[in-house]
Ligand binder design. Structure first.
Ligand SMILES: Nc1ncnc2c1ncn2[C@@H]1O[C@H](COP(=O)(O)OP(=O)(O)O)[C@@H](O)[C@H]1O
Ligand SMILES: [Mg+2]
Length: 360
C-alpha cells in the first residue's frame, strides 16, 4: 500500500506536448483511473510513472519518496499491458515465476507464491498450460498475476481489457476490482471506456490534450462535470443555445426562462438524454413549472431492446437526443411528427460557450 504524489509533470516528444503540468495526489489503496480519448496522454503518463519514459519536468513520489530519477526496475511499480505481454514459450507457472526468479527468491518460496497468486486470479488449474492454450481473458489474468506476484507498491494497468470481447470485459472488470480491493493495492488504471471507468474507480481523472480536466468520484464527474469537455465525454449530453433577455436566462428553442445566474459572455445549456421524458399527446408546458418542455420534430426513433433512442430537432434547428424505456407509442411515431421533450429544471447544467467551457 502506498500513496502516489505527482507534481508539475511535463513530457514532450520533440515539440509535441504530451503531458502539460500534471499534478495529482492518490491516497493509498485507491483505484485511480485515467480516462480520455485516444492521444490525450494516458499511456505517456503511465509509462512515465513506471520509468519507461523520462519526464521533461516535474516530480513523482511514492509514499513520500521521489522516484522520478530511479530506473524502472527500482521503482517498485508493476505494469499490466493491453496486449498481455506474456512470454509465449513459458508455461503459466514460469511466466508468473519470472519476476521472482530475477529477485533470486528460493525455489520453494517461488512455488508457494506462484500458486497463491494463481488462486487469487482463479488460474489455479492452469499452472502447467502454455499461453497459446489459454483464452484472451485467461492470458490477461496471467499478465495480472505476473504483475502482482512481486508485491509492487503501485499497480499500473494500460487498457488491460480492451482486447477482450464485450461480455468478458464486463466480467473481468468486476474481478479486477475485487482483486484490487482484496490486495488493497494502489492502482492507476487507463481506459478510454467511460463505462469501465465509472464502474471500477474510486477516482476518475478525465484527461484531454495532455491536461487534467477533472479528477473526482465517478458520481461527481457524471453529475457535476467541471467543463463542457467532461460533460460530453462522460455520458452523453445535448447542448442547447441560451439567450440572455434582460438578465434572464432563456432557452432559445422553447422560450422558457430558467433561473440561473449568467456570467458575461455566451453560455450553453446541457441536458442529458436520459433526463428527457417524451410526451406525444399534448403540449405539457403549462402542467408543471418544475419542468420545461421543448417542442421537437421527431427525426428517428431507434429501438435497441430495453431502451429506445429518439433523435429530434428543436424549432430553431438544434439536434437533440433522448433515451428512455421503450414505449410503443413513441416507437410508432412517424418521421417529422411533433412531440415534446420534457426535462426537470434541476437537471439542466450550464457551461461557458468557450474553448475551456467551464461550468457556470
Ligand atoms: N514516442 C512518441 N513520439 C512522439 N509522439 C508520441 C510518442 N508517443 C506518444 N506520442 C504523442 O503523444 C500524445 C499522447 O499519446 P499517448 O500517451 O499514447 O495517448 P493515449 O494513451 O491517451 O492514447 C499523442 O499526441 C501521441 O501522438
Ligand atoms: Mg494509450
Amino acid at each position: 500500500m502506498a500513496s502516489v504524489e505527482i507534481s508539475g509533470l511535463r513530457k514532450l516528444y520533440g515539440d509535441v506536448v504530451a503531458l502539460s503540468d500534471i499534478s495529482i495526489s492518490i491516497p493509498s489503496g485507491t483505484f485511480y483511473t485515467l480516462l480520455g480519448p485516444s492521444g490525450c496522454g494516458k499511456t505517456t503518463l503511465l509509462r512515465t510513472i513506471a520509468g519507461f519514459h523520462q519526464q521533461s519536468a516535474g516530480q513523482i513520489a511514492v509514499d513520500g519518496s521521489s522516484i522520478e530519477h530511479l530506473p524502472a526496475h527500482q521503482r517498485d511499480v508493476a505494469m499490466v499491458f493491453q496486449d498481455y505481454a506474456v512470454f509465449p514459450h513459458l508455461s503459466v507457472r514460469d511466466n508468473v515465476a519470472f519476476g521472482l526468479k530475477q529477485r533470486r527468491i528460493p525455489a520453494k518460496e517461488i512455488t508457494r507464491q506462484v500458486e497463491e497468486v494463481l488462486e487469487v486470479v482463479e488460474l489455479g488449474k492452469f499452472v502447467d498450460r502454455m499461453p497459446h492454450e489459454l483464452s484472451g481473458g485467461q492470458q490477461q489474468r496471467v499478465g495480472l498475476a505476473r504483475a502482482i506476484v512481486v508485491r509492487p507498491k503501485v499497480l499500473l494497468m494500460d487498457e488491460p481489457l480492451s482486447n477482450l470481447d464485450a461480455r468478458l470485459r464486463v466480467d473481468l472488470r468486476a474481478e479486477l476490482r475485487r482483486i484490487q480491493r482484496d490486495l488493497g493495492i494502489t492502482t492507476i488504471y487507463v481506459t478510454h471506456d467511460q463505462e469501465e471507468a465509472l464502474a471500477m474507480s474510486d477516482v476518475v481523472c478525465v484527461m484531454e490534450g495532455g491536461i487534467i480536466q477533472q479528477a473526482a468520484t465517478p458520481l461527481d464527474v457524471y453529475l457535476r462535470p467541471s467543463n463542457r469537455f467532461v460533460a460530453s465525454f462522460v455520458g452523453a449530453n445535448n447542448f442547447l443555445q441560451v439567450g440572455n433577455f434582460k438578465g434572464e436566462c432563456v432557452l432559445k428553442c422553447c422560450g422558457s426562462s430558467v433561473s440561473q445566474h449568467l456570467p458575461a459572455g455566451p453560455v450553453v445549456c446541457a441536458l442529458r438524454p436520459e433526463d428527457i421524458s417524451v410526451k406525444v399527446d399534448e403540449d405539457p408546458s403549462s402542467l408543471l413549472n418544475t419542468e420545461i418542455s421543448i417542442p421537437v420534430q421527431i427525426k428517428e426513433v431507434s429501438f435497441i431492446g430495453r431502451e429506445m433512442e429518439i433523435f429530434a430537432t428543436t424549432d430553431n434547428g438544434e439536434a437533440i437526443k433522448a433515451v428512455g424505456r421503450s414505449d410503443s407509442k413513441v416507437i410508432a411515431l412517424p418521421v417529422d411528427s411533433r412531440a415534446w421533450f420534457c426535462v426537470e429544471r434541476q437537471n439542466l447544467s450550464f457551461f461557458r460557450d468557450s474553448e475551456l467551457g467551464e461550468r457556470v
